[in-house]
Design a protein. Sequence first.
Lengths: 260, 812
Amino acid sequence: MRPKVLILRTAGTNCDYETEYAFRLAGAETALVHINHLITARANLDEFHILALPGGFSYGDDVSAGILLANEIKYKLGDLLRDFVNSGKLIIGICNGFQVLVRAGLLPGLNSNIAQEATLAMNTSAKFECRWVHLETQKSPCAFTHGLKWRLYLPVAHAEGRFTAPSQILDQLESNRQVVFRYASRYGGIPSYPDNPNGSDLQIAGICDPTGRIFGMMPHPERFLTRLNHPRWTRDSLPEKGDGLGIFRNAVAYVQQNFS
Amino acid sequence: MNRMNVKHIPIRNVDEAELSRISREGLLSLNLAEMKTIQSYFIQQGREPTDVEIETIAQTWSEHCVHKTFKSRIEYTENGGTVEIIDGLFNSYIRRATEEIDKEWCVSVFVDNAGIVEFDDDYNIAFKVETHNHPSAVEPYGGAGTGIGGVIRDCLGTGLGAKPILNTDVFCFGPLNLANDQLPTGSLHPRRVFKGVVAGVRDYGNRMGIPTANGAILFDPRFTGNPLVFCGNVGLIPKDRCEKSVQPGDLILAVGGRTGRDGIHGATFSSLELDDASESLGSVVQIGNPIMEKKMVDVLMEARDRGLYRTITDCGAGGFSSAVGEMGKDTGAEVHLENVRLKYEGLAPWEIWLSEAQERMVLALPPENLEAMTELCEAELVEATVLGEFTDSQKLRVSYDGELAAELDMHFLHEGLPTLTKKAVWEMPCFPEPPDRTGVTGKNGVLDGSNVLDFTQDLCAILGSPNVASKEWVIRQYDHEVQGGVVLKPLVGVENDGPSDACVVTPVLGSHKGVIVSNGINPKYSDIDPYHSAAAAIDEALRNIIAVGGKLESTALLDNFSWGNPDRPDRLGGLVRAAKACYDIATAYGTPFISGKDSLYNEYRDTTTGKQLAIPSTLLISACCVIPDVTKAITMDAKSVQNLIYVIGKTYDELGASHYYDIHGFVGNSVPIVRPEEGKATMMALSRAVEEGLIKSCHDCSEGGIGVAAAEMAFSGGFGMELDLASAPRSAEVTTDDVLLFAESNSRFIVEISRPNRAAFEDCMVGIPFGCIGRILPYPDFNVRGISREMVVSAKIYQLKEAWQSTFRDGR
């Protein structure tokens, strides 16, 4: 069975092409769907197993990153999304998609009333940065990261990526094991800038909701699918497959196990 | 609000002085001969022109739109010799080179908004580079952002539309440490221009989701009042979407942003010199909205694939007047200005017609597709408006609420421009030479006489000089990974921070077919001779292509001239020299030009001091090369201990306009010369060696010569090197260590070879000057011996790297 992935587009979405390619490489069927087609019911979310919110600058990130799309999702697609999640399906948000999920209150999703509990603030370096970072995979219920290797290497490219939340929220994230990825130091120990590229609390790079089925991360797994994506493929001996592919394969496998 | 009306401008019965006044005060940039041509056209028509007509003609005939200098007849004198008549620089040198080279993979050259070359079985590649100099001088952030937005629309307006896959940017600024009292009246400080331009390109490029993976930043005091901003875009276009046509009856459809009073007179503004009043011309700079552009691209790509429209072009300089005038050139067009959607009320008809408001494209749409197109646009909240239709009248008719605003013969509009004859003069300058150093070898340079410096210090000074120093602070603010296809990135090496020679992108994910994009630019050399500056720019762009694994036979070039006022014979003389080099070197290498642009009148007049400041004559050469297998690409960082280091290509006694002379306060006269027969043989041999997998790393020798190139390879790879300059191939007249270390002779590379590949590599290089100059060390020492075997450079690689990185760290 080939799981079906809806890749949500709107004005300013821009990582849709490579996100679509990643899911196809992982064995899924994909459709790029504009949000207005969901709102006007010209496209049907029920037909899909996975909803992907790709990176980009939805609506220019006006006001703050992802907030306009977050509100649109919350107020125009709220019921649709609730049903989607309750039927055991998966949502992934990457970079801008993560910002949207957090601002829409879908992540970390500690309360059932969909209120924003955390945020992705301006990087401590106060600027947009594109660089490769090391990640440590945490033990979590996340459906996207089962059996993933302990360390991943992926690029980030954002200005607003500093995950921050009140300490009681952070405590809950830890005790629920909702932290999925942390930025890691190249040399061991607590990572400082630029290894923690944005100054995130607890070095958080990605989190899931308590069910593990809604997942968001700032780094871009769709940008490391083959060894040629790696910045040092001309000097290091590397496996053919990139570190990011496993995340998409896990999503496909999860759907195949639960929906066949 | 009162409705604005069409006005008539009486010109039939006025004298020459009045004609000139009308042109000057109307910011029309039309010279007297052109004004008189317009006058006699309207005498013939038996009526006075409207403001819409005059403005339409001024835009269409502007230097920016019609490139009249490159088309004009030139009477050229060189060093006081006989007069040579040149029948158009463009036809004589640029187009002719491409025609003679006659590559079968050139799909569309010089006719559309970008050049098109073949890519694979399904797609072609479009490539265009534009300048946005004057807007960036007045308003750096907006000027640079809309520069990127504009060049993206050039590719989008090529064929039936190319999907943007790569941006490239080259900037030239005044020195960032310029003292405030050195700032010409009315111009912005270079630091502000630098930060604004970088932010503008970042915010537009990143929001569009296009990787910015190649570029350069150069500095010279003469760029202070008139910075240069070159923006390039590469697009991917299906093979069956490269042809366009217009048929009478097709609707004129405007898609995208609304029209406002921004960017009026941009085309004619760029054909004027700048001065301290230019800043007050705020309306000439457009206002960018990248998300509007992104929405529009998304919709247009789908409409293209569904075959909804017959042609497309961008609304650039001159706005609708240029776009519609150009599209309807062979048919005729009828436009109803009241249909144009406005940002706000109160625009005069001519302003609506000329506005360069951003993010607008114009399509020729068969009427039967209007419903489908409208539905598509509405679903994604993109506005599309029918402005009128293409006719078979051979006339451009524009009306406003039923009132006739313009009725011009297409033939007059496009062919009526009188051909100019311009004078050009070239006199070879002569700069003071540094003291004679014949036979001087060893660790000490003696350039400054009493002030003895050593070469280690010189090397650090050149590595840290603004043109050479790391631009990582800028590069990381651009997303160079988006779209998932950039496989050779702008920063490479063990710490991901070494200077890549070129970028490689695979636009079709899953395929190993790729495009290399590089740039070559060297305005310093044009102080001595623009011919050699242009030749070196071509050689450098090609070296960068070859250095990462490209081949001459599949490389195409773009020329972007940024020059001073071409009405001054000395400036035009330099332009002639540069154009001649373009022909000579491109034909010798067999690399055709596929597109180009010229930005003239780059001068700044300080009205306080009366000083007239021209920019250094600057030719940017951009190159692209399609490669079948990106897995064979190589990078410049040293790879493994004990590997051998070779220099390929001969070093000549050419320190003129080098960085070495520059840090010691000299220009000299011995500018590096391109010897294309040697260069071509060298590049082809190196390409063969790369193809056979013999090269571990390769770096082109350019600014700062062998010394800088080898140092960059060493610290980017994290290894030391031990080098012996005596083994580097050199011409007989080279007798000093400083020439070997720092001369910027063309067509040279440094390569790293593993010991087992030594014989195979040397076999590849038969007939090419090469020498094994040393090896990679397991420890971080960078030691260089001179001709007499004495140690001339001795440093740690982290010391060299620090010199290279500290200049722009944190954007200071």
